[in-house]
Design a protein around this ligand. Sequence first.
Ligand SMILES: Cc1cc2nc3c(=O)[nH]c(=O)nc-3n(C[C@H](O)[C@H](O)[C@H](O)COP(=O)(O)OP(=O)(O)OC[C@H]3O[C@@H](n4cnc5c(N)ncnc54)[C@H](O)[C@@H]3O)c2cc1C
Length: 318
Amino acid sequence: MEFTLGSEKEEIQERAFDIGIIGAGPAGLTAGIYAARAKLKTIIFEKVVVGGLAAATDKIENYPGFNKGISGEELTSLMEKQAKYFGVKIFSEGVLDIDTQPNSKVLKTDRGDFTVKSVIISSGTSPKSLNVPGEKKFRGKGISYCATCDAPFFQDKNIAVIGCGNSGIQEGLYLLKFVKKITFIEFLPYMTAEKILQDRIRSHKNVEFLLNSQLTSFEGDNNLSGIKVKDRETGKEKLISVDGAFVYVGLLPNTDFLRGKVELDDAGFVKTSGLLETSVKGIFAAGDVRTTPLRQVATAVGDGALAAEMAVKYIEGR
Ligand SMILES: Cc1cc2nc3c(=O)[nH]c(=O)nc-3n(C[C@H](O)[C@H](O)[C@H](O)COP(=O)(O)OP(=O)(O)OC[C@H]3O[C@@H](n4cnc5c(N)ncnc54)[C@H](O)[C@@H]3O)c2cc1C
């Protein structure tokens, strides 16, 4: 079966849809596929890039069906084509606000308002900053949050990766294809990445691990040239020369535009029931943006399918 690709930047004249989905990552694209196959007029809003965080991941090895892994870009572009094949409209504009009315919801964007019967929030997360001195100054001048985007700039350089969770170690493995050496910095006394990733990274010679260590500042003149790291046991601080630093210390929910609209948890993630209902009838949430113990592509697509099914049922029962 052939999927046809529409134009990503297409203008959309129509302003009334059955389902409005906020965010075109794996959760939103899956929700779109399910909603459109239920014959509902479906629009997805995307403010940055279709595919979401997953699209910027070099290799995804734990998504079922790809025994040798698949690049995040390829996987999400297949999802996008599939959604468009079933008639989903993808609108390259962020949703700025939701206006909840008794029988409909209005999604506000810089290019006008859209009226929908039901909403699925799948706006995901963004990488967390460390908030230490120098981080703002050297962002893009040595500090990066995306290995697939920036690794080639650090060919044969010494770099640091901050964070030894799954993201840090996985992206570190990718960075090793380019760089001379990686110093990993981890706040906790142990790595939290899956064991298989830990074994893989430890098999490399050009890596060093500073566990129980806190990055206290980024140093340099115009570009990053070093990091200061404090040993949390001894309290001693040292300066390590690096040309680059990749930060993987967690994720922040993209929910600023939802404050006061749906109930959020203390960290800002959307609270949902087991059926992915939010505190507002007819608004559902799926994927990384909601309170959940696991944030992965497999869980995001599962959520997307369930949220779409619940939105369909909500519209039928209105
Ligand atoms: C470095 C790294 C490596 C990873 N590796 C793996 C892996 O190997 N395997 C795995 O399963 N998972 C991996 N993940 C996790 C995976 O990427 C996420 O779980 C998945 O992308 C979540 O999908 P999502 O659709 O919920 O959110 P996202 O992919 O974050 O998509 C959300 C989308 O919503 C858009 N958006 C936000 N706000 C708005 C708005 N107001 N209006 C319109 N659009 C908006 C964003 O621009 C984004 O495109 C990794 C993550 C990172 C950071």
